[in-house]
Ligand binder design. Structure first.
Ligand SMILES: [Zn+2]
Length: 211
């Protein structure tokens, strides 16, 4: 397989992730492949959930999904992450090809323990951004360059992105991927996370429509 070169911040062409393992993953939604990647510049690990053949000559549905233990695993309704992940898997299954890069940047990069601390502040009335800032973090600590690199490594050159987050779309474009469409995920609204979505839209520039 040809090595793909990317430019890092020092402008030296280099690869920052490596593919280390791959297996079949049958799921409730359908049959996928799971591919494990390791960062060459940090301790971070990534997983890509892949469906069908990913080819450079056609666009595939993709999502960069940031780990959300509370939403993805426990079905928390404080946020819409779990529903977005499941909607993305269903769309890819229907389409027959696509990929989800699952990055382990829990709580917008602050980790699960700090996320629980932030939730405690939210219990006292802070919104999601105020809570992060009161703990001394930026509102969003996530980086997406390596996720984009993984999509290229998987063989994609053009993508239809399932995301409301302009920073993710920007990262894909900067990595050289052609973003041909933004595909909104039709997530069933829930009263409980309406406030969270409103904050994401008003304070973080997300493109989601809020009723
Ligand atoms: Zn979440």
């Amino acid at each position: 397989m040809a090595l793909r070169l990317v430019r890092n911040s020092t402008n030296v062409a280099s690869r920052t992730v490596e593919r280390v393992a791959e297996a079949r993953l049958p799921t409730e939604t359908g049959e996928f492949r799971i591919v494990g990647f390791r960062s060459l510049v940090s301790a971070e690990e990534f997983v890509a959930l892949v469906k069908g053949e990913l080819r450079p000559d056609r666009s595939s549905l993709v999502r960069i999904h940031s780990q959300c233990m509370t939403g993805d695993v426990f079905g928390s309704i404080k946020c819409d992450c779990g529903r977005q992940l499941s909607a993305a898997m269903k769309l890819i299954e229907q389409e027959g090809h696509g990929a989800i890069v699952y990055q382990q940047q829990e709580g917008r990069g602050i980790g699960i323990i700090n996320k629980i601390r932030a939730y405690a502040l939210q219990d006292e009335g802070a919104d999601t951004i105020e809570a992060n800032e009161r703990l001394g973090f930026e509102a969003d600590m996530r980086r997406y360059e390596q996720c984009a690199e993984i999509l290229l490594e998987l063989g994609l050159r053009a993508v239809r992105v399932m995301s409301d987050n302009p920073a993710k779309i920007r990262a894909l474009r900067q990595a050289g991927l052609k973003v041909v469409e933004r595909v909104p995920l039709a997530v069933e609204p829930h009263d409980f996370f309406a406030g969270y979505l409103k904050t994401k839209k008003e304070k973080m520039g997300h493109l989601c429509s809020v009723a």
